[in-house]
Structure formats: structure tokens, C-alpha cells
Ligand binder design. Sequence first.
Ligand SMILES: Cc1cc2nc3c(=O)[nH]c(=O)nc-3n(C[C@H](O)[C@H](O)[C@H](O)COP(=O)(O)OP(=O)(O)OC[C@H]3O[C@@H](n4cnc5c(N)ncnc54)[C@H](O)[C@@H]3O)c2cc1C
Length: 457
Amino acid sequence: MEYEVVVVGGGIGGLTATALLAARGLNVCLLERQSQVGGCLANFEYQGYQFDPTYGLFSGWEDHGIWPRIFAELPIEPPTARALPSPYTVRFPERTEVAVVSDAREFENELRRRFPECADVASDFYQRLETETRAASPETKLADLLQNTSIRFRRFIDVQLETFAQCSSETCSGEIAAQVLNRRYWEIDGGGQALAHSLAASAKASGAKLRLDTRVLRLAYATSGEPIGVDLLSGEQVTATRAIISNLTAWDTYGKLVGLAKTPPALSSQLRKLQSWGAYLLFLSMDCDAVSRLSSRRVLALTDWQSEQPYDPSMAQLVFTASNSDLRPRDAKRAVTISTFSNAEEWFSFHEDHSVHEERDQQMLEGTWSRLHSAFPELGDSVEVIESATPQTFYESTRRKFGMIGRPFGLSHGADWKTHLPNLLLASDTATRGLGVAGVATSALAIADHITRFPRL
Ligand SMILES: Cc1cc2nc3c(=O)[nH]c(=O)nc-3n(C[C@H](O)[C@H](O)[C@H](O)COP(=O)(O)OP(=O)(O)OC[C@H]3O[C@@H](n4cnc5c(N)ncnc54)[C@H](O)[C@@H]3O)c2cc1C
């Protein structure tokens, strides 16, 4: 089959690009290996329970933000997104909390109350972050802005940066930190999966072809060496006259689609150096009463100050996210997701032997369970483990290299969405200057504009 654009992957990047290009009248085909769209955003279903694997915090829904701009072009309405006046709380090891609120004055008062040891510098930090990054100095080093703040304040910043951008205050750029710390988050009715479904519905309404359960093996090349489409695992070839968009991670785009032999050596060595975290998640059920006793449905818990060492999020933090609706109304239970980071590669050194994986999962579960109860003693016996997800689980569902999630370490500005091949473009969270799904959508919009502007790439 021949299309103008072929999109590999039905995560948020692939779906956004497909919906936009189809709405602009291009003939587009999206190929997704799973039986559903959404990639990392797809809800996790187990024994009749539905869990959201994300924190449920989304940016870019403000007036003229990325989502209103995208949906203004699409033939369907966006899902309902609600601004959160108090998106989350940060909890410290001794269980004091800082409420992160969008109102500037209220937040300033909260900072002064919670960080009396450096109240002026802490308040100054937020102001300088905003002005210096707005003054187009993306090279602003956060570490400079944090000078003279206390370790408590720096860890308050670290736990937020690692959660949303996978970098610490020592490595993060001012540009990324400003996006994370601006406290403007929205909740989407139905979660990130509802957003994915809206984009898929829009793409179909505009005439795009969405093929699920379709695994792409690699790019198909003309004898001239130029990519002309993709080969499927089934042996079928799908050709693209204008462009191929890869929604795979940068590692998998080159490692699998382009092929290592056809990847420039400098690029291969750069990719080998890039790494990111694996996610270890616990899916719990929790008594509704117990959820309502917490200060917030989303808590970023710092479980260890690590004051004498560089911040290691895999040992120092976990994120508690409770859904806002009853999991099973008759049982008065809520779905809760606990997210932690783990070294992704380590989960693959034994992947031949399933029992070793089970053993490591059990160890990780016990360690996380004990850290959870120590951070939230008020949970008592109100929570029950339903299932866990390891980096291997992420690999199995999304085929991301080692199940790695989010931004690669040290990638301050994100790789460009262009590749060394003019007609191969990258719509992925590993190649964007932004954060989370808003960042991927920003790259997808730039790609759609590029393809529309240049009929021949
Ligand atoms: C624990 C956790 C919490 C998060 N919370 C938030 C949050 O609250 N807010 C936020 O904005 N972001 C959040 N994120 C980040 C966000 O989920 C991801 O950045 C985003 O969903 C990635 O989208 P993507 O389109 O780049 O890739 P993916 O979602 O990985 O999509 C890639 C798609 O390609 C498909 N695919 C792979 N190989 C092939 C192949 N050979 N052939 C065909 N298809 C293929 C996969 O099946 C998948 O559907 C969170 C991430 C994690 C891990």
C-alpha cells in the first residue's frame, strides 16, 4: 500500500502527527504493534481493575498552549482538562509537607513557612528562574541559581525535577527546570489514555488509516539508499511518498528501523552514551476513606535526604498517585499507582531466566512496600498490592529499549526531531525540548508543519 506519510507507533507522538497531517488533507497510515493506541499512556488493566500508569499531571492546556493549538485544527473536541490549583504535595522524610500550589502569593507564603532557614533565597530562586529563563538564556545552570539555599530546599527541587524531567538540580538546565517548576498542571478526564483516544478518533475522522496489531520490522530502502517506506513483520511493504515518522525512541529508531549498519558511527556512539531510568510501578487498591485523609491525591515523597551524596532518585523518592474516581464503587476502593525509578538495564541481564526476574520483582516490591509505609504510616492496612510493573513489563508493552522511560540523562535540550535522513522524522519523548506528552506533541506539531511546508523532503 502507498501513502503520503507512514507513521510508526501509536503513542502520543505518532497519534498527534497523524491527527494533524490527516486534518490537513494528507493521506496518512499509522502502524501500531499493540492492539490499542497510547503507548506509555495506555491504562493498565488487571482482573477488572483499571490503573493509570502516569502521574495524571499534564501541561500545555493554557490558552494558546500546545493542546488548544493542536485541537483548533482537528475535527473533534478535546477531552476535558481541568487546571489544578494544587497539583501535588512534596513530603519530606520526617513527613512534613510542602503544598505546591499555582497561586503565586500563596506559594510564596508556603515557601517562607516551610523553608525558614533560607526563605528569602528560596523565594528569590523562583523569581530568578522565571526571569532568567525568559531572557532567552537556556544555558542558565540551575546549580548557580540554587547557591546559598539549604539542602532541604535543594532536595525539594530535586524530587520535582527527577519526577518530571529525569534530571537533578546539578545537571538540569534552567530552561527545563522552568517548565517543571512553573506549577501549572491540568488533569484530563479519563487520563492520558482519553487524550490518545481523542487523537485516534480525530485521525480516523479525517480519513487516516490506523492499523493496530501491525509490527514494523525496519525501513524499506530504494536502491539509491533512500528510505521509501517500511517493511512489516508480515512481509508486507508500506510505502511513503513524502515522509516516514518514527514514534519509537531515538535508540529504537536507529537500532531497529534505520539499522545499525546504516546509522552514522558518530550518531551510534552518541546514542550508546545516552541512558534513562526504568520505571518500577506498584498498582494498589486503597480504601476511599484513607485517600481522603491524605493532604493531596498526588504526593512526591522524598524518602531519604541523601545530604552527603549526589541525589539518587532510585533510592530517595517515590510518587503516590490516587485516582479521582472509585475503582469498584461497591467496595469503596480507589486505584493507586506508586512510581519509582530503577536501573533499566539491570532488569535485562537475566531476561532469559523468568524465575530470576520474578525474584527481583519480589525483592523490589518488598523494598518499595516498606519505603511506602515508612513514608506514609497513616496508610496502615488500607492498601493492598494488585500488581507490579517492571522495566521488562514496559519493554513488553512498548518495545522501548530496556523499557527505558522519559528523557535520557544529560539531554538538556533534547535531540532534534530531524534525523540524518531528510524524509525520516522523530516524534518521541527522547527527542524533544519539552516535557511529558506536551513535549512530544510540540515535536509532532513541528514535524507536521515541516512536512506540510515542504512537499518534497
Ligand atoms: C511512571 C510515568 C509517569 C508519567 N507521568 C506523566 C504525566 O503525568 N504527564 C505527562 O505529560 N507525561 C507523563 N509521563 C511521560 C509520558 O507517558 C511519555 O513521555 C509519553 O507517553 C511517551 O510518548 P511517545 O509517543 O514518545 O512514546 P510511546 O508511548 O513509547 O509510544 C511508542 C509507540 O510505538 C509502538 N511501537 C514500538 N515498536 C513498534 C514497532 N516495531 N511497530 C509498530 N509500533 C511500534 C509502541 O507499542 C508504542 O505504542 C510518564 C511516564 C512514566 C513512565
